[in-house]
Design a protein around this ligand. Structure first.
Ligand code: GLC
Ligand code: CA
Length: 552
């Protein structure tokens, strides 16, 4: 078993950026929710300079790349997913010069940078939308968005029955009588992707950031840009059935998602990415009815990756994990790209809390991490999961900023609380010394979870992540595309699979059986989410835990 205090890899041990085209295939990508990561200028809001200063932490953690959530000019109605200028940095987060300094330092440390692209909608403050408002019905300016006349007497009813993901109708009426479509907040009008200017604009935005050196893009709502011709009704709505249309996300067909023509957009983008050196990539945030339809976003002529949200949605049971893993592996074999695993992000309840609201949540989360990091493919971590942070469930309503909250009562703020870095009092070193501001308050109990408190602490979640990431980086059986997954016979509730390469076999065992599981015969333990226990000269894996073993 490795010592709990891992030695970070030297920068020179890492693949330098641009050296390996296929880096993304097995990359561990760390999602930075910029607003909540680190605040350099003491205004209580995370910023790009804060990210730059904390890059050594991420290098030492052992990740390959960062995905930064939107830091572009924005009125921040949806935390920056409402972009007013795609080619500039919002003053809250810094300047383009700060971005350049951050990416230069990241590359020098061997870390790649993925930025978030938000093509489905702009902010209502975007110059195009402002021009459309001024120009009025029937104008060319309105063609870039989805404006329509209403139904019913005087056009008083929305053009169709579509619902916003954030609740309520997806249409808002203007004083001039026309309606415009917004699948999210009214401050996020949907673009008309059948319009050539929209396509040209985003191709140029891609080039803008590629020229600045970004290694890839996370494509927001990648399944949403094309709407069915004629904007047909879904056929039911919350008003008529009490059932929200969003419940079909990832499960059924909606006329505003996953339309076949969306793939034309990616077929136009791929040559742009490929025209830059060093393996520039794109990962889709896409929801589709079936894994087969999701797989259509991936391939040599479209995007490189699509998050496997089925894995994130799997319940804490061996059957549930086994099923989604098998499906994902089968799909990845068809598309020729490894799966993109994820357990948490800025939209979902943190997995510590999803898996149980007591101590078992953290135990299970740690085990799930070892499971994820042993699977072939790429893995995305969400900031703070390496600290075992739970969802903050008791934020005062008046502090919640998620626009969905006012419309549905559901809020994503609880996974967006600033990261605890050090110290005993909130906000635990989120800002510079002496600054006690943070845009969301951290719980009084988070001092023990801070980076400083966990660094070097035997058994801490942070050291578990460091150990696992170091082994993953070094072990031949965990390298890109190494060794197929071979499932091993086990007792009920126990998952065990091996991957082999270069004469060594790595076995990952996850115990969801409700009692200790024997783990003899798999070889030497490399890392475990809970200490193994001894029995008759053999070993037991405790309940709700996972371990990696190596046999040569
Ligand atoms: C994506 C983002 C989410 C955002 C939405 C609208 O789902 O992950 O945070 O609210 O798109 O842009
Ligand atoms: Ca700041």
């Amino acid at each position: 078993m490795t010592a709990s205090h891992a030695t970070p890899p030297a920068a020179s041990d890492r693949t330098p950026p641009n050296a390996d085209h296929d880096w993304w295939r097995s990359a561990v990508v760390y999602q930075v929710y910029v607003r909540s990561f680190a605040d350099a200028n003491a205004d209580g809001i995370g910023d790009l300079e804060g990210v730059r200063r904390r890059l050594p932490y991420l290098r030492d953690l052992g990740v390959d790349a960062l995905w930064l959530t939107p830091f572009y000019t924005s009125p921040m109605v949806d935390g920056g997913y409402d972009v007013a200028d795609y080619r500039d940095v919002d003053p809250l987060f810094g300047t383009l010069a700060d971005f350049d300094a951050m990416i230069a330092d990241a590359h020098a440390l061997g870390l790649r940078i993925i930025v978030d692209l938000v093509p489905n909608h702009t902010s209502d403050r975007h110059p195009w939308f402002q021009a459309a408002l001024t120009a009025g019905p029937g104008s060319a300016e309105r063609e870039r968005y989805l404006f329509a006349d209403g139904r019913g007497e005087g056009g008083k009813l929305p053009p169709n029955d579509w619902e916003s993901i954030f609740g309520g109708p997806a249409w808002t009426r203007l004083p001039d009588g026309q309606w415009y479509l917004h699948l999210f907040d009214p401050a996020q009008p949907d673009l008309n992707w059948r319009h050539p200017e929209v396509r040209a604009e985003f191709e140029d935005v891609l080039r803008f950031w590629l020229d600045r050196g970004v290694d890839g893009f996370r494509i927001d709502v990648a399944h949403g840009m094309i709407k069915a011709e004629g904007l047909p009704d879904v056929g039911f709505s919350t008003l008529t059935t009490g059932r929200r249309q969003v419940e079909l996300l990832g499960k059924g067909r909606l006329p505003y998602f996953d339309q076949d023509e969306v793939h034309d957009i990616y077929r136009a983008w791929r040559p742009i990415l490929d025209s830059y050196p060093g393996g520039r990539m794109a990962v889709a945030e896409a929801w589709a009815e079936t894994p087969q339809r999701l797989a259509r976003y991936i391939g040599p002529d479209e995007l490189h990756q699509a998050f496997s949200f089925d894995f994130l949605d799997a319940t804490w049971s061996a059957e549930s994990f086994r099923k989604v893993i098998d499906t994902a592996l089968a799909e990845s074999a068809i598309v020729g790209a490894p799966t993109t695993w994820v357990l948490s992000n800025h939209d979902k309840q943190r997995h510590v809390t999803r898996y149980g609201d007591g101590p078992e949540g953290l135990r299970r989360a740690r085990a799930a991490t070892l499971l994820m990091l042993a699977l072939p493919g790429s893995a995305y971590l969400y900031q703070g999961e390496e600290l075992g942070l739970p969802e903050v469930l008791d934020l005062p309503d008046e502090l919640r900023q998620d626009p969905a909250f006012r419309r549905t009562g559901e809020s994503r703020d609880g996974c967006r609380v600033p990261i605890p870095w050090n110290g005993e009092l909130p906000p635990y070193g989120f800002g510079p010394q002496g600054c006690d501001l943070s845009w969301l308050p951290a719980p009084a109990t988070w001092g023990a979870l801070s980076v400083a408190a966990q660094t070097g602490a035997p058994g801490s979640t942070l050291e578990l992540y460091r150990d696992a990431l170091r082994i993953r980086r070094a072990h031949p059986a965990l390298a890109a595309d190494a060794g197929d997954v071979t499932w091993l016979e086990t007792g009920p509730g126990v998952l065990a699979f091996s991957r082999a390469a270069a004469g060594t076999v790595l076995t990952c065992v996850v115990n969801i059986s409700g009692g200790p599981a024997p783990v003899d015969g798999y070889g030497d333990p490399l890392v475990a989410s809970e200490p193994l226990t001894a029995r008759d000269g053999g070993r037991l894996l405790p309940v709700d835990s996972a371990a990696w073993f190596e046999r040569r």
